[in-house]
Design a protein around this ligand. Structure first.
Ligand code: CO
Length: 209
């Protein structure tokens, strides 16, 4: 059997099992989705949002890219953000990084990866902001682990810099922003930053909304 056929077979089994345990499962979700969470995670195949949080389809709106970046000019991310905040009205946005991230590791070297260089440049900028702290760590693993945390921190800050978030904070006192890091070693998510609505940001980023 081809590898891709395995996926289609698995899917048939899964769909049948859902109906068996919950006959209205698909009927309910077909009508509407009302997730409370937006997940901005890494594309890494080892960090699947639903599975590691033990949630079901319909519970989390997901955006994933290499190294879970929130880039100001990324129309894809901004579209997901606007839709989830203004239409789905999510209550929480969670940026999730993970230790052992290939994107972080690559950005911390001088290797060239073609177009990926332009994407990873955002991580090098995070490093430049925290260079003294990261350089003081003794091993490459410790440097990369700290960079994973600092990167999540910066990406949460990037969310708070958007008009989309500032406007929702002002009008509806939501969403709550979270920065978490996942460990591939033990499967545990850890919070490194919690930013409630209307947390003050550096005044230069504040819009008169
Ligand atoms: Co990664």
């Amino acid at each position: 059997m081809n590898e891709f056929e395995r996926l289609l077979d698995n899917n048939k089994e899964w769909a049948a099992k859902q109906v068996e345990t919950d006959p209205d499962f698909f009927k309910r979700l077909e009508g509407l989705q009302s997730p409370e969470f937006l997940w901005i995670g890494c594309s890494d195949s080892r960090v699947p949002a639903d599975q590691i949080t033990n949630t079901k389809p319909g519970e989390i709106f997901v955006h994933r890219n290499v190294a879970n970046l929130v880039v100001n000019g990324d129309i894809n991310l901004l579209s997901v953000l606007q839709y989830s905040v203004e239409v789905l009205k999510v209550k929480h946005i969670i940026v999730v990084g993970h230790y052992g991230c290939g994107g972080i590791q690559a950005a911390m070297t001088n290797q060239s990866f073609g177009v990926l260089n332009n994407w990873l440049r955002n991580i090098k900028d995070v490093y430049r902001l925290h260079q003294a702290e990261v350089d003081a760590l003794p091993t490459v693993e410790e440097k990369n682990n700290r960079m994973t945390e600092l990167n999540v921190h910066e990406q949460v800050m990037n969310l708070a810099k958007t008009g989309i978030i500032q406007s929702a904070w002002k009008k509806e006192q939501r969403p709550f922003l979270h920065g978490w890091v996942y460990s591939l070693r033990n499967g545990i998510l850890k919070s490194i930053l919690e930013m409630p609505p209307n947390t003050p940001v550096n005044p230069i980023y504040k819009f008169e909304i």
